[in-house]
Design a protein around this ligand. Structure first.
Ligand code: UDP
Ligand code: MG
Length: 322
């Protein structure tokens, strides 16, 4: 069945009551200017503020706007995944609600898509209004990830991107649960390019990505795309074994030559702590992988939809007759 929606704009929302109206206004202006049919899919990721009420109000006056309500907070990546699952468009754009990704850049992405690219990602050439800590950790993370993986995950790009229907279908077909969507987009391949933009200051409210969520995302990124941490753990083990063996032989020889028995307790203790640290660290790294294997093996869905607005049936992907 051919549908007439050309663009789907997917917007994850978590406690964004302060930005939603402005976000809708700017997105609508941009999408109207394309003169083509579109839908904007808001995914409420278990907000506890007035986000839902605000989106519902918008949905009443504008049927191009759709709302998917999660039963709880499943996380940003799950929200994006739901948006892609439900999107009808020939091209799907993922954008944050807080206007850090300027909606106007979507038009440049559309231009590239019309030139024949299947993925157009937004490359942040500058980030405004973010803390030094956020910028530094983000920069470090993107580079570490790049050095660890064999697939080419572009640095300094978030989830702001346009993907073609083909790419969207490929992503939807991937069953993994701990999703690092921007990595998966690189993994599926196709013709990819980028447009540059300056990441703006958040329009209002605070970041919904505390350190805990940032760490989870970073670890999902690394463990989904690289075995290297496990390999490093092995290297550390080998190195520690070598160091321990050499120092033991040296101590024995020294004791034999000097005929003394002066094993320093401090040395023994500190070496023990060091090796203990390496062992526990390695177990921890393995735990990160095993935990994710456990998650996958449970086969639970990535998210649960509690209700939808401007869809015929909750969770059913279809065009509404308006
Ligand atoms: N978000 C979400 N679920 C979460 C955290 C964030 O859907 O658990 C949404 C949030 O509403 C925003 C986007 O993901 O639209 C990016 O979050 P945020 O702007 O807080 O992250 P930052 O830009 O600070 O990294
Ligand atoms: Mg933001």
């Amino acid at each position: 069945m051919r549908n007439s929606t050309v663009y789907s704009v997917v917007v994850p929302l978590y406690n964004e009551e302060l930005v939603i109206d402005e976000s809708y206004r700017r997105l609508k202006k941009v999408m109207d200017s394309t003169k083509e049919n579109y839908e904007i899919v808001f995914i409420n990721d278990g907000s506890s503020d007035k986000t839902v009420e605000k989106v519902e109000k918008i949905c009443k006056i504008d049927t191009k706007i759709k709302l998917i309500n999660f039963s709880r907070n499943f996380g940003h990546q799950a929200a994006i995944t739901a948006g892609m699952d439900m999107a009808l468009g020939d091209a799907v754009v993922v954008i944050d609600a807080d206007l850090q990704d300027p909606p106007e850049v979507i038009l440049n992405m559309i231009e590239k898509w019309k030139e024949g690219y299947h993925v157009v990602y937004g490359k942040r050439v500058k980030r405004e209004g973010e803390t030094f800590f956020k910028k530094f950790t983000a920069k470090m993370f993107y580079r570490t990830l790049k050095s660890m993986t064999s697939i080419n995950i572009p640095v300094d790009t978030g989830d702001f991107r346009l993907i073609d229907r083909k790419v969207c279908d490929a992503l939807v077909s991937l069953p993994e649960k701990n999703r690092y969507v921007r990595g998966l987009v690189s993994w599926v391949g196709y013709k990819q390019t980028y447009v540059e933009f300056v990441r703006q200051e958040r329009f209002a409210g605070d970041s919904k990505y505390p350190l805990r969520k940032m760490m989870k995302l970073a670890l999902d990124g690394i463990t989904s795309f690289s075995f290297k941490p496990l390999v490093f753990a092995g290297y550390f083990g080998g190195l520690a074994f070598l160091a321990g063996m050499i120092s033991s032989i040296a101590i024995v020889i020294k004791d034999l030559i000097q005929r003394t028995d002066i094993l320093s307790l401090g040395l023994v203790l500190s070496m023990n702590i060091m090796f203990f640290g390496i062992t526990l660290g390695s177990i921890g790294i393995m735990g990160q992988y095993i935990g994710r294997i456990f998650d996958e093996s449970k086969g639970r869905p990535i998210y649960i939809i509690e209700s939808t607005v401007n869809y015929k049936k909750a969770g059913e992907k279809c065009e509404i007759s308006s």
